[in-house]
Design a protein around this ligand. Structure first.
Ligand code: DOR
Ligand code: ZN
Length: 428
């Protein structure tokens, strides 16, 4: 059946469209984009007063499948992502077994094809077993369908191994994503080192633990002449280092996550394990620098780092609680509330961060609504205010520090390959 999206305000910078358009979808693809379009007997979606955007692309999430399906699996994870407006997501390899070989990559792709409701792009491990010792077979991962490699959750401790990863990855035209953390500097800290860690008597993780590794990756990228993508940037100096490297012509891209611009380490007060995440929530000054980095283009993308954990892994002492925040279903409202409404980002810039740049970095033909291409479209209301209710999350896990927050911005429709997955805010 044809779908006609009528009277929506289309923001699609890649296609140079910013205005009122109608869109016809047929056979899963975008058929026509124009004005006063009509179809006979199709599904008509009235998008007046709403923004029609390319489907969101998340370059960093954890689906926990295989191995930790009690936290999330491909079905629940993709449903949660669809509810959040995502039509394509790239999942990290810290599963059990880890995605360090063809079999696991194929398992994820196959399961996503049968049980997933959106497009899933697996990320392979940089090192075998995520142990940081020996490179995985990067060519094998690429040919199995991995779009990037990362040991996310852990850093690659050896600079020499990271150098080799960069060289192989560029040979196979696959993106290297670095989780920047010097484990010795982090020294088993559990939250940001600063006022709150002192008051709470908890061991702190200095900002330097991230920044030292960011510097290393920038130097290695410049040395090898190969690209690198820095995951979940959280500190002011990391932003400054990346800004300077970009000026020098280093082929670096960077991401941050909604929690780094919407929360600070104050959220850990009262030993709130829901705010425990790695890298840790930082200070007001860091959050302001993250926002400035997004505004001036130093930070290319917003990724969720959707990291589901069972509440039993959070309802424990702060020191032993799991790191992570579920992110799919709050990403858009957090971005609208903390970035768009205060005037830090325009809608067009937001589409760059959520659609265009993640697609480009991962080498996906997504991020735009173009005739002849798969119809991946998200329709949002940027003015609607809702109170976050984690009990209603589609994710199996509810580990979010945002329960009860009043946020602006709501996903009304998620359309994936021409199929309506979310209709009028209801996940089908
Ligand atoms: O908070 C985090 N959770 N940070 C990571 O790097 C990994 C992730 C996870 O897998 O739970
Ligand atoms: Zn990470």
């Amino acid at each position: 059946m044809k779908i006609l999206i009528k009277n929506g305000y289309l923001v699609d910078p890649k296609a140079n469209r910013n205005g009122l358009y109608d869109i016809i979808i047929d056979e899963g693809k975008v058929w026509e984009i124009g004005n006063n379009l009509e179809v006979s007997g199709g599904d008509i979606i009235d998008a007046s007063g709403k923004y029609v955007l390319p489907g969101f692309v998340d370059a960093h999430c954890h689906l926990r499948d295989p191995g930790f399906e009690y936290k999330e699996d491909i079905e629940s994870g993709t449903r949660s992502a669809a509810a959040g407006g995502f039509t394509s997501i790239a999942c990290m390899p810290n599963t059990n077994p880890p995605a360090d070989n063809e079999a696991v990559i194929k398992y994820i792709l196959n399961k996503a094809k049968h049980e997933g409701v959106i497009n899933v792009f697996p990320i392979g491990a940089i090192s075998k077993g995520l142990k940081g010792e020996e490179l995985s077979e990067i060519g094998e991962l690429k040919f199995a369908g991995a779009v990037a490699i990362s040991d996310d959750g852990r850093p690659v401790k050896s600079a020499s191994l990271m150098k080799k990863a960069m060289l192989y990855a560029s040979m196979f035209d696959i993106t290297v994503i670095s989780h920047c953390e010097d484990l010795e500097l982090a020294d088993e800290g559990v939250m940001n080192e600063g006022y709150y860690s002192t008051v709470m008597g908890l061991k702190g993780i200095p900002a330097a633990a991230e920044e030292v590794m960011v510097s290393r990756e920038l130097i290695l990228s410049e040395y090898t002449g190969t690209p690198v993508h820095i995951a979940h940037v959280s500190t002011e100096l990391s932003v400054e280092l990346i800004r300077n490297a970009k000026k020098r012509g280093v082929n670096v891209t960077a991401e941050t996550c909604p929690h780094y611009f919407s929360l600070t380490d104050e959220a850990c007060d009262g030993f709130n394990t829901l705010a425990k995440v790695n890298p840790p929530l930082r200070t007001k000054k860091d959050a302001a620098a993250i926002i400035e980095g997004l505004r001036d283009g130093t930070i290319d993308i917003i990724a969720t780092d959707h990291a589901p954990h069972h509440l039993d892994e959070k309802n424990v002492e702060f020191n032993i609680a799991a790191n992570g925040i579920v992110g799919f279903e709050t990403a858009l409202p957090l971005a609208v509330t903390y970035l768009v409404k205060p005037g830090h980002l325009t809608m067009e810039q937001l589409v760059h961060k959520l659609c265009v740049n993640p697609s480009k970095i991962l080498g996906l033909s997504k991020g735009s609504i173009e005739v002849g291409q798969a119809a991946d479209i998200t329709i949002i209301d940027v003015n609607e205010v809702n109170t976050v209710n984690v009990a209603k999350f589609k994710s199996k896990s509810k580990n979010s520090p945002y329960d009860g927050f009043k946020l602006t911005g709501a996903v009304y429709y998620t359309i994936v390959n021409g199929k309506v997955v979310v209709r009028e805010k209801v996940l089908l």
